[in-house]
Design a protein. Structure first.
Ligand code: FES
Ligand code: FE2
Ligand code: ZN
Lengths: 124, 378
């Protein structure tokens, strides 16, 4: 990631939590939240939630449908919307990181989304 | 007088004996990404490393997975009730087979099936079956069905990993020809096996990610020079002056004596807490003031981060109010230590101290640093 990429500029006071472990984790870039979720779920089976997502432009997202969410954000991320930002957008509507990651996996396996780079999404 | 270490000066090896000198392990071994890579082989693939707890897989077919460095394994109980470990890698073309399954939420299967082309293995690792397309050559005009070789179950089985145990504690070793677990554990094996560890049940798992090298936390765990100043709630019931730190080859024990009045009558070790550190990255806490024990796995993520996997074992997973309170105090201790080690690591990465020095009651940390150096040089 280049220093001035939109993804880097989204960093700030973001925090994810595991309610079971009473664990809070400060996150530098949105995709780190997903990396954390994957590491944490692998050894606990726990799901992880956004507590605070300091990501600009999520106000523009007004839909529950993940494809619409990604389509809304695609203009800002021509190389694909970081999966972490999608999970942050979906969390505003109550979805955990695990639920969103699994739903994205389902959409990819259905050919509805693809990854121009790993963990960056576009609508087919 | 010149300073102990000016930050740029050459570092020396860890002192052979803490009574003469007191060189710590140089800072670069805590901060260099290349050292993290090296440790995957020289530390985590040469020594016995804790894999998990046998009581979580009591029935044949129960299994959990564990990742150590880059190596992914399945630990399972076979039809003869023997616990075995295998690489989670298919003998056909190398696919990862089983999804990550923590021992706190184990799976059960009557065999191990690879999702890619559906090769299926017995719980003892032997190849059980392959689909029709591996037995006939219908799509290959150059090969007759009769010329398709039969797959030998053993030759085409899963790659087994050395596994041994101390009571219900399961350890694996990735070396082709490892030293015996008894050799690495020394008297720790008999000592731990004298306690009825298998009679306790897994009750809680807490996992924390901490921003420092795993050995920074290991060092913190191993000494109590910081306790008085930093663990004021915990220290209340402990007589530090009566406590001692005893060092063996690959493990060390911190004995803490509890003041009278806080002893639990049915504690595993009455009136005394014993905190065992077992090289490279496993600990056992025998509480003097609660009827249970805990373990830590100190798993590196990279050179600057690790996961602390804290497991608690009690008579029943339904904790009493006192036990809940006890776990909370233990968690407080962890959080206090995380603050300390993250702060230490921030200092260590600044480059102002290329090598630390150890105090006379940090002989346990000295052992830790010597073991690391030995492993790197081997
Ligand atoms: S790689 Fe496992 S069956 Fe082909
Ligand atoms: Fe401590
Ligand atoms: Zn958790």
């Amino acid at each position: 990631m280049s220093a001035d990429s939109p993804e880097r500029r989204e960093r700030g006071g973001s925090v994810v939590v595991c309610p079971d472990c009473e664990l809070r984790k400060a996150i530098e870039t949105p995709n780190e939240a997903v990396a954390f979720y994957r590491r944490h779920a692998a050894i606990t089976g726990h799901d992880v939630d956004w507590e605070r997502a300091d990501v600009d432009g999520l106000g523009a997202v007004t839909d529950d449908d993940l494809r619409t969410v990604i389509r809304t954000l695609e203009g800002r991320f021509p190389e694909g919307v970081p999966i972490g930002i999608v999970t942050a957008a979906a969390s505003r509507r109550g979805a955990t990181i695990g639920q969103t990651v699994n739903a994205i996996q389902g959409l990819r396996m259905g050919g509805e989304l693809y990854e121009p780079r790993d963990d960056h999404l576009r609508v087919t | 007088m010149t300073r102990w270490n000016d930050g740029t000066e050459q570092t020396a090896t860890v002192s052979p004996d803490i009574t003469d000198e007191m060189n710590a392990l140089p800072a670069k071994y805590f901060t260099d990404p290349a050292v993290h890579e090296m440790e995957k082989e020289k530390v985590f693939s040469r020594y016995w490393v804790y894999a998990g707890h046998a009581t979580t897989i009591e029935e044949p077919g129960d299994y959990f997975t564990r990742t150590i460095g880059d190596r992914r394994i399945i630990v399972t109980r076979d039809k003869d009730r023997e616990v075995r470990a295998f690489y989670n890698v298919c003998a056909h073309r190398g696919s990862k087979m089983v999804e990550d399954t923590p021992m706190t939420d184990p799976g059960n299967a009557n065999g191990i099936r690879c999702p890619y082309h559906l090769w299926t293995y017995e719980l003892d690792g032997n190849l059980r079956s392959t689909p029709q397309s591996f037995e006939t050559a219908g799509m290959n005009p150059d090969l007759e069905d009769d010329d398709v070789p039969r797959l030998d179950p053993e030759e085409n089985g899963l790659l087994e990993v050395h596994l041994d145990s101390i009571g219900p504690l399961l350890f694996v070793n990735f070396d082709d020809d490892p030293m015996a677990l008894e050799e690495q554990a020394g008297t720790l094996k008999d000592e731990l096996e004298s306690f009825p560890l298998g009679e306790y049940e897994h009750a809680r798992r807490y996992v924390s990610e901490v921003e420092c090298n795993w050995k920074t936390f290991s060092g913190n765990y191993s000494e109590c020079d910081h306790c008085q100043a930093n663990h004021q709630d915990w220290i209340k019931g402990i007589s530090l002056t009566e406590s001692e730190l005893v060092v063996d080859d690959h493990y060390w024990v911190l004995h803490y004596t509890h003041d009278e009045g806080v002893e639990a009558d049915d504690a595993l070790v009455e009136g005394e807490a014993r905190f065992y550190y077992f090289w490279p990255n496993f600990t056992v806490q025998m509480y003097g003031n609660a009827d249970g024990y805990g373990t830590y796995i100190i798993d590196p993520i990279d050179e600057g981060r690790f996961q602390l996997i804290a497991d608690y074992y009690f008579e029943s997973p339904d904790l009493s109010a006192e036990e809940e309170e006890f776990v909370q105090l233990s968690r407080q201790l962890q959080e206090e230590d995380f603050e300390l080690v993250e702060r230490q690591y921030e200092g260590m990465t600044s480059g102002a101290l290329a090598q630390g020095q150890l105090g006379p009651n940090e002989h346990t940390v000295h052992r830790l640093h010597r073991l690391a150096q030995e492993a790197y040089e081997a």
